[in-house]
Design a binder for this molecule. Structure first.
Ligand code: PLP
Length: 432
């Protein structure tokens, strides 16, 4: 694998951009290597500065469910470039976007657009606190909700692989209002509600965790969260930044049949442009300014470029529900291919998959929460990761991330990936 140009660019970047990156996981430090510098993407493929080609299972960390440069998305964006990219004034595309999302998810009566998933969760919490007039929030160990202060506590993937579960700069005063609980542990959450009862403003949860590998909630746990929040008058916030329009058009909430009070979005709803959103019950959402007292604003929120990329993506998904069947069947084929390889080669691995989100953990244990995810052998993951990359398969550089299958992945890509996994795991086995 040639790396000259990538190395040159990355070394120069490191001198003027911390770590050479604008988001830490991209630095590949958890796998001790220098990342390829990407030049372009098309469909299921990435091309780097040295001319290497990769089958992409990162998809910009989730958004690109239609693959890179989907022709319709590109065409509509080109139209926007001719008519203005930002006005800071109401536009019709914002209405159309809001209609499409609220029609797709019955729990969402009103929605507001922001610029990232971080902004969405941060504001949803402020709104929950303002609405309930309570301070404490509960989050789950290993769930990631972006990097706002009160959520940067026991926060999965980036924070996890970098070994900084709590970041310096988050004050103890802020941290004390965030209570952390164990994912999928019904007794734990019951005890916390018993103890703090009417102090709790909200529970925020990744309904299908995607930032400590892939770990779905059990149905019983999901129901417990809904019941307890109702009983104690706290809000239930689903962070569907990753799962929204990914696991189903109706998100994880449609799979569980549970209506959260608020839902956060990002990733797919931006179609590859910077977007976030949060929405839910009208009564709660009307507490936002200008109709209510809870403040939130954004110069570029709802800007025409992001709205157009997102709207086009969601519309294609809505009009072509078979896309979900296709990406799920490809993910299932990958999973079963991997499973038979690890069985043949006697590699310890366990799998979690929901729709087109897949994770292979290097452990014998069934992974249901942060602790079981952490039984994974990350050295083995690192070895496997490098072997896959050298064979042109681009997966996230961390054990604690999902593999995303897009609509641009076909049988050919899936088969090539399974072949590469066989060779990669075989050399892992030989190295042990
Ligand atoms: C990616 C992610 C976020 C943060 O979104 P950004 O756009 O990166 O700020 C929040 N929650 C979940 C579940 C995510 O996967």
């Amino acid at each position: 694998m040639k790396q000259e140009r990538s190395l040159e660019i990355f070394e120069a970047s490191k001198k003027i951009i911390p770590g050479g990156v604008n988001s830490p996981a991209r630095a590949f430090s958890s796998v001790n290597m220098t990342p390829p510098v990407i030049k372009r993407g098309k469909g299921a493929y990435l091309y780097d500065e040295d001319g290497n080609t990769y089958i992409d299972y990162v998809g910009s960390w989730g958004p690109l469910i239609l693959g890179h440069c989907h022709p319709e998305v590109v065409e509509n964006l080109e139209g926007v470039l001719q008519t203005g990219t930002s006005f800071g004034a109401p536009t019709e595309i914002e209405l159309k976007m809001a209609q499409l999302i609220t029609e797709g998810m019955p729990s969402i009566e009103m929605i507001r657009m922001v610029n990232s998933g971080t902004e969405a969760t941060m504001t949803a919490l402020r709104l929950a606190r303002g609405y309930t007039k309570r301070n404490k929030i509960i989050k789950f160990n290993g769930n990631y909700h972006g990097h706002s202060d009160s959520l940067l506590i026991k926060a999965g993937s980036g924070a996890l692989t970098h070994g900084v579960p709590n970041s310096p700069g988050v004050t103890p005063e802020v941290a004390k209002d965030t209570i952390t609980a164990t994912y999928n542990d019904i007794d734990d959450i019951k005890n916390i509600f018993n103890q703090y009862s009417e102090e709790i403003a909200a529970v925020i949860v990744e309904p299908i965790a995607g930032n400590m590998g892939v770990i779905p909630m059990t149905q019983a746990f999901a129901q417990t969260l809904r019941d307890l929040t109702e009983k104690y008058g706290a809000l239930l916030i689903f962070d569907e930044v990753m799962t929204g329009f990914r696991v189903a058009f109706g998100g994880a909430q449609s799979l569980y049949g549970i209506k959260p009070d608020l839902t956060c979005f990002g990733k797919i709803i931006g179609g590859g442009l910077p977007v976030g959103a949060f929405g839910g019950k009208k009564e709660i959402m009307e507490h936002l300014s200008p109709t209510g007292p809870v403040y939130q604003a954004g110069t570029l929120s709802g800007n025409p470029l992001a709205m157009t990329a997102g709207y086009t993506t969601l519309k294609i998904l809505k009009e072509n529900p078979q896309i979900y069947e296709k990406i799920e069947s490809h993910a299932a084929a990958l999973e079963s291919g991997f499973k038979s390889i690890v069985k043949d080669l006697e590699v310890s691995a366990s799998f979690n998959r929901v729709g087109s989100m897949l994770c292979m953990f290097f452990t014998d244990e069934t992974v249901i929460d942060f602790d079981t995810a952490n039984t994974s052998n990350t050295n083995q993951f690192t070895f496997y990761f490098k072997e896959m990359l050298s064979r042109g398969i681009y997966i996230a550089p961390s054990q604690f991330e999902a593999m995303f299958i897009s609509n641009a992945h076909g049988k050919e890509e899936i088969n090539k990936t399974i072949e590469a996994a066989y060779e990669s795991l075989k050399s892992l086995k030989e190295s042990l």
